[in-house]
Design a protein. Structure first.
Length: 366
């Protein structure tokens, strides 16, 4: 630069406001996050669903770009473990291409990572808006309220009573096994983290699950790792019924006129929640806090409820029609939320998991 020519000041980022109800010193978190410039999120939520949340976040906090990696639950877990191993005890550079936040439907995998020391503690200003079962050690946070349901093709089952209990469904499958061979679907517990979680929780609830699993095997059940794919194939008539599928996507398709229906099992209906945490070695920790807080906020929760999948909000103080309370009224009160906490660790015990998978494979052989 020529002598005597004054340098221009660096362009300041537009000032973002501190959300209502937050402590006044949150402005420092915002300022440091803007200096970090981005946040990397590893998520098992489809990018199409996450995009409105990303757009609103980047509008609220100018200068902070969200780098969203859309991964399935197993890929997410394995990729994070691999990059953590490569980092060792070294703190990554601010521009490192590693995760700041993990957000996954595989609750048990997330809790194991937290329990193994991969998360950092954060007292979110949004914590009081969440139910007690959805927060563990101020490290792991539930973000959605999603029931596992039975989904079926209405046209195929016209005039047929669909049982609303697992034992009833097992009996129906046994009676119709030849007719429905290859037309039933559920999660592949070896490829789907959420599928394994739901099946393992089912098994904990009682022996009826294995009776049903054997009936599924005799019907030559198809196995899949994709919720959307399974439900769309049921809606098209290619498949006729799905067991233990996440209901949020099915309910939204029903509201848009798809020829499917949903049953919440009356014996109990498991409810899972997508769990988020900030990585202990997050290179952009302040931007990570902003993202987590926005995800848990009323505004963030309403945006999730308005996506294509219309995810039900874990908060009960939003104006959305897609809240946990509304879901209870719609599906009944046999809802059993899976608590975010150490009770999920048993599912990831290596010996127990090996034994479970072996029994599952045997059941699938019919």
């Amino acid at each position: 630069m020529a002598a005597g020519v004054p340098s221009l000041p660096a362009r300041a980022q537009p000032t973002a406001r501190v959300p209502a109800g937050y402590p006044s010193d949150y402005i420092e978190v915002i300022a440091r996050a803007q200096r970090e410039g981005s946040v990397t999120v590893y998520g098992s939520t489809d990018l199409e669903i996450a995009q409105p949340l990303i757009d609103a976040f980047e509008t609220r906090y100018p200068g902070i770009r969200v780098r969203y990696q859309d991964l399935n639950t197993i890929e997410l877990n394995n990729r994070f473990l691999a990059e953590s191993a490569s980092l060792g005890t070294n703190r990554p550079a601010r521009d490192a291409d590693v995760a700041d936040v993990l957000w996954s439907t595989a609750m048990d995998l997330q809790i194991k990572l937290v329990n193994d020391g991969y998360a950092q503690r954060y007292e979110s200003p949004e914590r009081d808006g969440l139910p007690g079962w959805a927060v563990w050690r101020d490290e792991a946070f539930g973000t959605t309220f999603e029931p596992a349901v039975i989904v079926y093709n209405r046209k195929h089952f016209a005039g047929t009573h669909i049982p609303s209990s697992r034992s009833g469904l097992a009996r129906l499958l046994q009676d119709r096994a030849p007719q429905w061979r290859g037309k039933i679907v559920t999660y592949d517990v070896e490829r789907s983290g959420v599928g394994y979680l739901l099946a393992q929780q089912d098994a904990r609830m009682g022996s009826e699950f294995w009776y049903l699993a054997q009936a599924l095997g005799r019907a030559r059940v198809q196995l899949s790792a994709s919720t959307a794919d399974m439900i769309e194939r049921i809606a098209s008539g290619e498949l006729v019924l799905g067991y233990n599928l996440l209901g949020s996507y099915a309910l939204s398709l029903m509201e848009r006129g798809a020829g499917i229906a949903v049953i919440a099992p009356r014996d109990y209906t498991l409810v899972m929640s997508r769990v988020a945490f900030i990585a202990r070695q997050a290179p952009r920790p302040h931007a990570a806090r902003l993202w987590l807080d926005f995800l848990l906020s009323r505004d963030g929760q309403v945006l999730l409820s308005q996506t294509a999948s219309q995810l039900y909000t874990i908060r009960t103080d939003t104006d959305s029609t897609h809240t946990a309370n509304a879901l209870a009224e719609r599906l009944g009160y046999a809802l059993r939320p899976i608590s975010v906490g150490p009770g999920l660790l048993a599912a990831q015990d290596a010996l127990r998991k090996k034994a479970f998978i072996a029994r599952w494979r045997e059941a699938m052989r019919g």
